[in-house]
Ligand binder design. Structure first.
Ligand code: NAD
Length: 419
């Protein structure tokens, strides 16, 4: 079995030691319900045709329609998609959203495509998976290297296919097409609310507040902004091209402006700013480390040098199981992805609710509802950690597993087939 999926399933096995759950439930949750692999054939601007492997996985729909993003990345593969769909299943359960877990991807370097090629690829994806997705069946959203513009094209394509406006088929859309206020920074904001809610328990209230952020895209930029505005000091930032550190603190917007001009955070120059390699940045002294890039970035090879006491996982699966054990041995507390980055899917859920009711909330309502859910579920996971003496990640999986198990039981003894 693929290492990434095996690592994810090992976390389920670990959680199962701490809650009473039937072995049939575990068996059900070890396999994806439905995965479709296709090749998308797309006309390039020069008249040639290229084909791209693409996937959509509906991992488990016991608790509702499946929900999960679509990633455009040259490294994507079916195992990664399946693992991400597994994580979505547990993430939606932790947050008590009425969803199962899904995920999709296209193996492509989107930066190598023109805008019109990207649009044709996005529409081709929806044509291929139109029978699988749907507002009551499977609801995609943005993920790495996809954005609201792409979601808009996809919603438009789906609406053409079903011959009626169907905004609830996809979330993360532009506002004029039924997007929600607050979706752009929701992932980071959810993580921020969680961190603030547990600031005392995490020992952050009266300590230094130095932060390192790995990955400077949607999640990384917004968490840096929110923490900077709250008095935290951003001492390290990185993207796929390199890393910068500055003991006196970095201004997230100034770095973003330099990145927009020069293509990387390393284009930012200022007093005391040093360009370092990725692992050197992870090793600098700080209180909070925020992985906000890709999976498996913190591994047995670099976890030992990390000095942060708190790891706020905004990326999905950034810490390998071996690195988890190393960090735990050092006394670090990892706020796990399925809880810490769930603000994104939570506001996606709000978008879907607003689309279906045709009534839109203001930004204050979105933020208040998001804060309430992050605090409620964050507290439950923290309390389980305390009462059972287990890591935060195991507690989050155990909390989700209890919900999934009771939903599986409530379906009764007949085989459960939808679609
Ligand atoms: P994004 O495409 O906006 O940004 C990704 C960033 O990571 C880019 O700055 C890229 O340069 C950087 N990066 C890539 N490889 C890197 C490496 N090896 N080292 C350092 N930086 C690297 O993507 P995003 O939406 O911000 O997603 C980031 C992570 O957050 C992913 O794991 C994604 O699954 C997760 N996530 C995102 C959302 C969301 O709503 N955007 C929700 C939940 C989880």
């Amino acid at each position: 079995m693929d290492d990434l999926l095996a690592g994810a399933l090992s976390r389920l096995d670990e959680a199962a030691k701490h809650v009473e759950v039937d072995s049939e439930v575990l068996e059900k949750l070890k396999y994806a319900k439905e995965t479709l692999s296709v090749r998308l054939s797309v006309r390039m601007d020069d008249g040639s045709r290229r084909s791209f492997p693409a996937w959509r996985c509906r991992y488990d729909d016991t608790r509702g329609p499946t929900k999960g993003g679509i990633r455009f990345h040259p490294g994507s593969n079916v195992e990664e998609v399946t693992t991400l769909a597994f994580w979505m299943t547990f993430k939606c359960a932790v947050m008590n959203l009425p969803y199962g877990g899904g995920k999709g991807a296209v193996k492509v370097d989107p930066h190598s495509l023109s805008k019109s090629e990207l649009e044709r690829l996005s529409r081709a994806y929806v044509q291929a998976f139109a029978g699988m997705i749907g507002p009551d069946r499977d609801i995609p959203a943005p993920d790495v290297y996809t954005n609201s513009m792409i979601m808009g094209w996809m919603a438009d394509e789906y609406s053409s296919i079903v011959r009626q406006p169907s905004p609830a088929v996809i979330t993360g859309k532009p506002l004029p097409l039924g997007g929600s206020l607050g979706r752009d920074d929701a992932t980071a904001r959810g993580g921020y609310y969680l961190l603030k809610h547990l600031e005392e328990e995490l020992g952050l209230a009266n300590s230094g507040k130095r932060v390192v952020v790995q990955g400077y895209g949607n999640a990384g930029l917004h968490i840096a902004r929110l923490l900077h505005a709250d008095g935290y000091r951003i001492v390290g930032l990185s993207d796929s091209r390199g890393a910068i550190v500055c003991e006196d603190g970095l201004d997230p917007d100034a770095v973003q402006a330099a990145k927009a001009r020069g293509g990387s955070v390393t284009a930012f120059a200022g007093g005391g700013v040093r360009v370092v390699d990725a692992d050197a940045m992870l090793a600098i002294p700080c209180e909070v480390l925020v992985p906000a890039a890709l999976e498996d970035q913190i591994h047995a090879g670099n976890a030992g040098s990390i000095k942060a006491r708190i790891v706020l996982e905004l990326a999905n699966g950034p810490v390998t199981p071996e690195a988890d054990r190393i960090l735990e041995g050092k006394g670090a507390i990892v706020l796990p992805d399925i809880l810490a980055n769930a603000g994104g899917v939570t506001v996606s859920y709000f978008e879907w609710v607003q689309n279906r009711q045709g009534y839109y909330w203001n930004l204050k309502e979105i933020h208040e509802r998001l804060r309430t859910i992050m605090e409620t579920e964050g507290r439950r996971v923290w309390d389980m950690r305390e009462s059972k003496g287990i890591p935060m990640r195991t507690a989050a999986y155990a909390h989700a597993l209890e919900r999934l198990a009771s939903a599986i039981a409530a379906h009764g003894t007949q085989p459960f087939f939808i679609g």
